[in-house]
Design a protein around this ligand. Sequence first.
Ligand SMILES: NC(=O)c1ccc[n+]([C@@H]2O[C@H](COP(=O)([O-])OP(=O)(O)OC[C@H]3O[C@@H](n4cnc5c(N)ncnc54)[C@H](O)[C@@H]3O)[C@@H](O)[C@H]2O)c1
Length: 303
Amino acid sequence: MTVRTVAVLGAGIMGRGIAYASALGGFTTLLQDTSGEALEKAMSEISATLERGVVTGKVPDDAAADAHRRLSGVRRLEEATREADLVIEAVPEDIDLKVDIFSTVDRHAGPQAILASNTSSLSITEMAAATQRPKQVVGMHFFNPVHRMKLLEVVRALETSDDTIATALMVGEKMGKEGVVVRESPGFVTSRINALIGNEAFYMLQEGVANARDIDRALKLGLNHPMGPFELVDLVGLDTRLAILRFLHRTLGEKFRPCPLIEQYVAAGRLGRKTGCGVYEYPENDRNQAGALDRAARAGGLP
Ligand SMILES: NC(=O)c1ccc[n+]([C@@H]2O[C@H](COP(=O)([O-])OP(=O)(O)OC[C@H]3O[C@@H](n4cnc5c(N)ncnc54)[C@H](O)[C@@H]3O)[C@@H](O)[C@H]2O)c1
């Protein structure tokens, strides 16, 4: 199937990154969010990331200008999805919300359109069941920050067709990603491993095994992880990580029981960079996720 227009639903940490990769990959891209503030922030962050790409020589001048032209922000879901060949949902990790959105998108998008979810862990089959086109529903799991991370996990749900998988891989490739196809299973490959490491780090912090900085340093220097588990969870969002852990605990069992300390941080509103405070604190000028990652990479902290 030919994909020309991509709609991205949710303009948070991931939606804005996916919209960036989509516009730069040559697709007409509509980024949608119910929050005007989120949309505004997303559009200015995408511009800043494109500008940094030009300044550092990673994005040619004309490619950045073309990407700008291909991208627009909209508030209404109907407007975003009407003309889309591919819809990528990136709203919060909540199955009821996602099912509701899939059922609405199914009514508004054209019959050929493919519907994808960027969920980190939830069931694509459950989202597909809310539509009349389960063969055209697939998981497209991008990684944070999207403009740097190469992997795209393409998730095959119970009824996903081979054509849909092939289209998801082709779109990913145009966005500069390498695809790995996985069968639907809670947390797929990456979130399942990552949630376990991140949760264990919170247990160690709670038990006083070491302080957060030293746990991060130990994993970076000793295990060659590009980021420490607390630096990473502050980037991902503690609320998102907790939602994943709760789901994995329910579906895969006891080893994923969320550490009480992460529950407590989320209850306190310490959600990570996006709120200015997570495991660490961030001054106002250091909350831009994409910018923070680029600075870390320049300082040699990331691959
Ligand atoms: N944060 C990560 O590192 C990461 C990595 C991979 C996948 N994911 C997955 O991506 C999805 C989004 O996560 P995020 O971190 O970008 O979340 P986020 O909280 O940063 O952003 C979510 C956005 O969705 C918007 N939204 C809420 N309800 C909406 C609706 N009904 N319609 C349109 N927009 C709506 C919110 O206003 C917000 O801007 C989740 O499923 C998450 O598990 C996250």
